[in-house]
Design a protein around this ligand. Structure first.
Ligand code: SF4
Ligand code: SF4
Length: 389
């Protein structure tokens, strides 16, 4: 019969063969950061992510994900750190950028779930009759906590897990099992030192303190999770050119200077990333065809077109104003509302005639409110100056 250490060693080898860059084992215990997590939810920092509040109690122990769990196998897979895709972007023509994790050809949930299924099958061979459950973002599990417990890295001041060799451009996943595996030593030390680059660089000042993020201010939350509503106006200029997600607090992190390229081909950034104009002129049907099976699919066309309008408004590129005029007549009120705001920001008083026409035609109360605010500001000359990014 195989010993726990033999099964653990064989499982780790299989994980590496399947393309996981990191693998470690943590015991199935209450996460150490649970009290901090509860404080964070209590403070309202999760914003509209109600699924977190709904499942709040379940985060207290991995047995709520797999009742018989004894071990948590934590896995990390690198995604593209952007060294290639950034070089290939034609900055003169393109406006807006997509977070690095989403620049590959397939949604990481699907890719990693496939690999986890294979890893689970191998564990079943090593230990017949064993129980497993694969987790990629989908279950109430504090993955970063277990990643640290299994020795994969530490929590940076930007809240992300950082590995000394690989940095933080990593997808995390877990395989829960009732097999007693040999746990790794937790990563007890932090290697941020006196650095505060991420805290200072955040364009929307989303860090309440080192290691505590108010998701409601984070561009990743605003552009991805906040789907059916308008983005708070005071945070729009800080979105700069981010269409989907944000990498700023990772870009500035010294631990990412040597982040490696991904070995999983689906995570290599594609050279032809969509830009803001593409989203503004795309129908929902076209969006579904183009982004099926990618991380952008879940966020949807309307939210992406809304983000795109804001990005064009922030761009300082007046020649793009016709796209915002098109956006101001879009079927989606959140796209119209953002386009109106962006047009006033981009071309100022030149937008007056167009916005007055739109006010006569508009029926939606939110869009009308924005039209009235913009018209009043333009007439008073109080529109904030465009701050090109
Ligand atoms: S992802 Fe962007 S907006 Fe969010 S905390 Fe990091 S730097 Fe700030
Ligand atoms: S930028 Fe500095 S403080 Fe922030 S996570 Fe990286 S090392 Fe830590």
């Amino acid at each position: 019969m195989s010993t726990p250490s033999a099964i653990t060693a064989a499982l780790k080898e299989h994980a590496r063969d399947l393309g996981f860059d990191l693998v470690g084992v943590a015991p199935a215990l209450t996460p150490l950061t649970l009290p901090k997590f509860e404080e964070w939810v209590e403070a309202g920092y999760a914003g509209e992510m109600q699924y977190i509040e709904r499942r709040r109690d379940a985060y207290a122990h991995p047995r709520h994900v797999l009742p018989v769990v004894k071990s948590v196998v934590m896995l990390g897979m690198c995604y593209d750190p952007g060294h290639t895709t950034d070089d290939q972007t034609d900055e003169a023509a393109s406006v807006g950028q997509i977070a690095r994790y989403a620049r590959g050809s397939r949604d990481y949930h699907d890719v990693i779930r496939d690999s986890l299924k294979q890893l689970a099958a191998q564990l079943h061979e090593l230990q017949p009759g064993s129980r497993t459950r694969a987790v990629v973002d989908t279950a109430p599990l504090l993955e970063r906590d277990f990643a640290r417990q299994s020795g994969l890295g530490w929590f940076g001041k930007n809240t992300l897990l950082i590995n000394k060799s690989l940095g933080s451009y990593l997808f995390l996943a877990a395989l829960l099992t009732d097999v007693e595996l040999v746990a790794d030593e937790p990563h007890e030390t932090s290697h941020c030192g006196t650095c505060t680059r991420c805290l200072q660089a955040c364009p929307t000042e989303a860090f309440v303190e080192p290691g505590v993020l108010d998701a409601r201010r984070c561009i990743a939350y605003l552009t991805i999770e906040l789907r059916d509503q308008s983005i708070p106006e005071d945070l729009r200029p800080g979105m700069q050119d981010w269409l989907f997600g944000c990498d700023v607090c990772q870009e500035v992190c010294p631990w990412n200077r040597k982040a490696p390229l991904p070995t999983t081909k689906e995570f290599v950034g594609l050279p032809d990333q969509p830009d803001a104009i593409a989203f503004l002129s795309m129908t929902t049907a076209e969006f579904k065809v183009r982004f099926r099976g990618t991380p952008l699919e879940r966020t949807g066309r309307d939210a992406l077109a809304r983000n795109a309008a804001i990005v064009v408004g922030n761009s300082g590129r007046k020649e793009l104003s016709t796209h915002l005029m098109q956006g101001a007549t879009d079927d989606s009120p959140i796209v119209r509302e953002a386009s109106v705001w962006a047009l006033a920001r981009l071309i100022g008083r030149e937008a007056l005639g167009f916005l007055q026409e739109r006010r006569n035609a508009e029926q939606d109360s939110q869009v009308l409110r924005q039209l009235n605010v913009c018209l009043q500001r333009l007439q008073e000359g109080t529109t904030p100056a465009v701050d090109p990014v």
